[in-house]
Design a protein around this ligand. Structure first.
Ligand code: GDP
Ligand code: MG
Length: 597
């Protein structure tokens, strides 16, 4: 295709502002998909994404559209994920396109993810076309939101498009704006092949599918290509585009976006941001490298039923094939037996994987408290990365600890500002900035990641009745007075409940934890002491009193089926229990005990 007739773009938006609906509309308007094949939210492929209304994997679609000048244009849309955990995926797909539609819900205005995503687009040198969506709603305030975009983001919004992705109003104007206002890609068809690996995923029929953006040269079926990061050579057996169904074509040229398959077995072998070139006549310069995404949150995943360990191993291996940012290694816990220590990009990522393991693979899991990666500086000068509080080395050898910090941006209506400041302060935050954008405040905090990973987002939502938006980025490691807190149940340490805490908070956190455990652990036939300890020092203690546990006593002897039912119910409940010495702890206790409130 002639370069002048190509436009490559992405859509950036805060969650729920209508990105997917708009993408669907653009596809529908151009009849890219026959109407009867049109499912709502075409681009959100996986069930979980659909259920939660989030987009996890970047998707792409090629739209052919005849513009006002009578020429046919190829419009390539790359759909990017909207959630904070996947900021890295957003940044990489941004590099593959020249422009962005900035979708803002005109009944809401700019939110934290609007900012985070648009800054990524600006970083990638995009031309940006603001789109005010949901103008069909009576609460729509396009003038106010236009002004807010100019004030807060600092881009010209005077020609923002007025759109309803729901009714279709403004869709043709949007397509025309893509053609008129976004730049055509540049590239040299005669130069050696240079293509960017934008994304990859596993398909059970075709093996790994690689999404590429051609910078220079041409890519044809049958070519032998080299991945420059590791020097591996592959024979290309298919190339094509997404309309959205995969459609094979013969060649991809400069500026084009499409896929290749080459009998690649593992997603891990395809590094995002890698440069793909021809084995013969390679390009002499690779694209500036992307850093691979690093897991930042770790937790243990253990099968409730120890017999399911091998099933869990298989399931984790399968998921890893398709998700290079998810890491795992075998972990043994005195309390929980064999399981896996897994690393994730963030809490949502963790939740998505855990859900898939439980639902798609039907494995009941115990999830231990999420933990961040600490840097443990030893007295001998060595530095260890601590992924699991249970592995904390003996303190006599430790010089100091560092923890990861984030820069958190929160947008919140004025009336809730006080609660938000208090929450951030309670989580050891340092205020960096506080400004106003209309009736909303924008606060920026430097916060320890470990104070955020567990339930910060939930707390933020509840203190602001859902009106705050939140985004963050890592800013680096800093030293602080951190200690490992152990929990002892009936004098036995429960390794899975060990956590890292700040020394000043240890007593308070310990007390809250043992009080909670006292409620969560059912009474036994004997007294159970529950303690929180730092090193050998007990900082909090509760005692669970003894009880005669006879659930069938209530059944007045007679009704045998009812009695049987109760016993069965109790047995099923036991499946979710774990034995610690003589004590049984329900799995829900592991998560609940670590929630702070
Ligand atoms: P995304 O999270 O940005 O992908 O947002 P979605 O496309 O999933 O849209 C979020 C919600 O807003 C859905 O319930 C849509 O039906 C609704 N929505 C999207 N665009 C419009 C619009 O123009 N008007 C109205 N009334 N609702 C819309
Ligand atoms: Mg969506």
């Amino acid at each position: 295709t002639d370069l002048a007739r190509i436009r490559n773009f992405s859509i950036v938006a805060h969650i729920d502002h209508g990105k997917s609906t708009l993408a669907d509309r653009l596809i529908q308007e151009t009849n890219t998909v026959a109407l009867r094949d049109m499912k709502e939210q075409m681009l959100d492929a996986m069930d979980i994404e659909r259920e939660r209304g989030i987009t996890i994997k970047a998707n792409t679609v090629r739209i052919d559209w005849t513009a006002a000048d009578g020429h046919e244009y190829v419009l390539n849309l790359i759909d990017t994920p909207g959630h904070v955990d996947f900021a890295y995926e957003v940044s990489r797909s941004m590099r593959a396109v020249e422009g962005s539609l900035l979708v803002v819900d005109s009944t809401q205005g700019v939110e934290a993810q609007t900012l985070a995503n648009v800054y990524q687009a600006i970083d990638a040198d995009h031309e940006i076309v603001p789109v005010l969506n949901k103008i069909d709603l009576p609460a729509s305030e396009p003038d106010r939101v236009r002004e807010q975009i100019e004030d807060v983001i600092g881009i010209d919004a005077s020609e923002a498009l007025l759109v309803s992705a729901k009714t279709g109003q403004g869709i043709t104007a949007t397509l025309q704006a893509i053609v008129d206002r976004l730049p055509a890609p540049k590239g040299d068809i005669d130069a050696p092949l240079k293509a960017m690996l934008v994304d990859s995923w596993y398909d059970s029929y075709l093996g790994v599918i690689v999404l590429v953006r051609i910078i220079d040269g041409r890519l044809r079926k049958g070519d032998r290509v080299k991945f420059m990061s590791n020097g591996t050579v592959h024979h290309v057996d298919r190339i094509g585009v997404f309309r959205p169904p995969m459609t094979e074509i013969d060649e991809l040229g400069p500026g084009e976006i499409g896929f290749l398959t080459a009998s690649i077995k593992q997603v891990r072998d395809t590094r995002v941001g890698d440069t793909i070139t021809h084995e013969k006549r390679p390009t002499d310069r690779a694209l500036p490298g992307f850093k691979p995404s690093q897991p930042v949150v770790f937790c243990g995943l253990f099968p409730v039923d120890a017999a399911e360990f091998e099933d869990l191993r298989d399931a984790i291996e399968k998921l890893s094939l398709n998700d290079a940012s998810f890491s795992s290694e075998v972990e043994t816990s005195a309390a929980l037996g064999f399981g896996f220590r897994c690393g994730f990009l963030g809490l949502l990522h963790l939740e998505v994987i855990r859900d898939r393991l439980e639902r798609e693979y039907d494995i009941d899991l115990i999830t231990t408290a999420p933990s961040v990666v600490y840097h443990v500086h030893m007295r001998d000068g060595e530095m260890l990365e601590l992924h699991n509080p249970a592995d904390m080395p003996d303190l006599t050898h430790v010089d100091h600890l560092e923890e990861p910090r984030i820069k958190a941006t929160i947008l919140v209506p004025d009336e809730y500002l006080g609660d938000v400041l208090k929450l951030c302060q309670d989580r050891r935050g340092i205020q960096m900035d506080l400004t106003y954008a209309g009736p909303r405040a924008m606060v920026v905090y430097d916060l320890p990641l470990n104070e955020v990973v567990f339930d910060f987002y939930d707390r933020l939502k509840s203190v602001t009745k859902g009106y705050a938006s939140f985004d963050y980025q890592m800013i680096g490691y800093r030293e602080d007075a951190l200690v490992k807190m152990s929990i002892l149940v009936n004098d036995e340490p429960v390794d899975a409940l060990s956590t890292m805490v700040h020394r000043d908070r240890a007593e308070q956190r310990g007390r809250a934890m043992v009080e909670k455990l006292k409620e969560l652990i059912p009474r036994h036939m004997f007294k159970i002491p529950i303690q929180a300890a730092i090193g050998g020092r007990v900082v909090a203690r509760e005692t669970l009193s003894a009880m005669r546990k006879d659930v069938t006593a209530k059944c007045y002897g007679g009704d045998a089926t009812r009695k049987k039912k109760l016993l069965e119910k109790q047995k099923a409940g036991k499946k979710k229990m774990r034995q610690f010495g003589k004590v049984e702890i329900p799995q829900s206790a592991f998560i609940s005990a670590l929630k702070m409130d």
